[in-house]
Design a protein around this ligand. Sequence first.
Ligand SMILES: Cc1cc2nc3c(=O)[nH]c(=O)nc-3n(C[C@H](O)[C@H](O)[C@H](O)COP(=O)(O)OP(=O)(O)OC[C@H]3O[C@@H](n4cnc5c(N)ncnc54)[C@H](O)[C@@H]3O)c2cc1C
Length: 568
Amino acid sequence: MKEHEIYEHDVIVVGGGLSGLRAALEAGKKGKDVAIISKVHPLRSHSVAAQGGINASLGNVPEAEDDKWEDHAFDTIKGSDYLADQDAVEVMCKEAPDVVLELEHMGTVFSRLENGKIAQRPFGGAGVPRTCYAADRTGHNLLNTLYEQTVAESLDFYNEYFVTSLAVEDQKIHGCVAWDIEKGELVGFASDVVVLATGGYGRIYNRSTNALINTGDGAYLAYEAGVPLEDMEFIQFHPTTLYGSNILMTEGARGEGGYLKNEEGERFMKDYAPEAMELAPRDIVARAIITEAEEGRAFEGEYVHLDLTHLGKEKIEKRLPGIKQIAKDFAGVDPVKEPIPVQPGQHYSMGGIDVNTDGTTKIDGLYAVGECACVSVHGANRLGGNSLLETVVFGRRAGEKIGESLKKKEKDEKLIKRTLEKDREEIDRLLNGEGDIIYSDLMEELRETMFQNFGVYREERSMEEGLKKVKELKEKYASVNVENPNEKFNTSLIRTLELKSMLEIAEVVAIGSIERKESRGSHFRRDHPERRDEEYLYHTKIEKTTEGPELYFDDVSLGRFEVKEREY
Ligand SMILES: Cc1cc2nc3c(=O)[nH]c(=O)nc-3n(C[C@H](O)[C@H](O)[C@H](O)COP(=O)(O)OP(=O)(O)OC[C@H]3O[C@@H](n4cnc5c(N)ncnc54)[C@H](O)[C@@H]3O)c2cc1C
């Protein structure tokens, strides 16, 4: 067998989005030899698409003068339907002002108020305007800032490398194995620490706002290595995605004063959240739109209008230039003159790899940060603007922890070599096998199944049917073959490898959804419409065992804020 290259670094960060770059930067500043592996160029990571903003209780606008981290924490916990861990939320909200100012000092070009301070806009579920933004291109600005910083720190990058396996033995991490997409060969990485920062699993659904690369690879790698996945049933559906293409129309559009109207021209949110109206949390607004459609008040039975026309050309062009451009390019609608057709679409993965507030997992040396992790600050429903915040707060904390605690260990090349051989066999089977199924035959079916059976509204019978379907698709994967056997830049091979993660993750989402027999946040069951705190104010955790997935419940960290009915 061909000798594979094995690279050595103290720290390997898998993922070049905001959380990965922030963790890498901090560990690099602490003197560690850090390398970042990413399946796309870091600046194409999904973080680049974030639009609306990042939350911090800076209190810059007059209506929010008295804003405090405690208010931010309360809004987050209430928004989470009380499932978020209150100690983790406290950490995030306390550190928010500092990380935002730090990003500003690193060079992020935030939008400004007249007095020069960072501008803040209202967002769903927030009591006051708390969301700092760079027009509607916040992620683009933040990601470029952090990328520049990591380049300046001379960190190593392995761009367009796809991580296929972790090398774990006796509950310790020793590195990982990746496919060099350009050269078409497997390489090993021996390291003391691996940080998973691989983003969400949104693309197990169709009608998603997510980049096509959000396939849950990191969650899959951790699950395979024996780390539990937490609260995976909580999938956020964003209420306003462009009808047809499901490109995001940021909540910032409603934050700037946009209305939602049904076919009768009514601002229907008055019937669902009379106080918060369009700025109720996403789970509530998404369900309201589906209800309007089911009761015959949506356009063509499917979409409602996001009306910005009363905001005027100047405000739209200054605050929402990206939204204007996307609406024009993808729906042929000029939001200055006409309303934008919108419908709910999959948007965010609240669940993920079970971690502590410093990013550590139960495997020594394995960390996870960002959307692939569940720390848990979003609980059953994430508030807009809190995810960008999570990436930088917990990315920085993981980097700090690595800086303080990393202990050099003997590199276990034998383990890396065994992992390389195992993955080589798998790739050979995919490239040269006899199977007559290709990835796309299964992928679309999986996505449609997840959308239909584990969507905004759920119920037992259809979820059981959905789980059966997912299991069938998993079985069929054994006969999947990549049509084109070339090794260099074979994107079909990458899609096929991603499909494996997606199928495993979909099964976990399905099991969690079926077992949670209540409605909480984004998980709404028509057959159990009540929240049932006594039985289910717990995290679900699912671990891979030799007998298959094993689910158990774990405590939520409560304390500062009393658990209450959620009203808006
Ligand atoms: C359209 C849109 C707009 C949003 N707007 C906002 C907003 O305004 N405010 C907010 O708070 N949140 C927003 N969010 C959510 C937020 O953008 C994300 O949660 C966040 O950016 C995720 O960052 P991350 O670092 O965890 O992962 P990502 O940015 O998704 O990066 C993942 C990285 O992992 C790498 N990777 C994955 N698998 C592998 C593998 N197998 N091998 C090697 N590399 C791999 C990828 O190449 C990539 O570099 C938005 C989400 C969407 C979909």
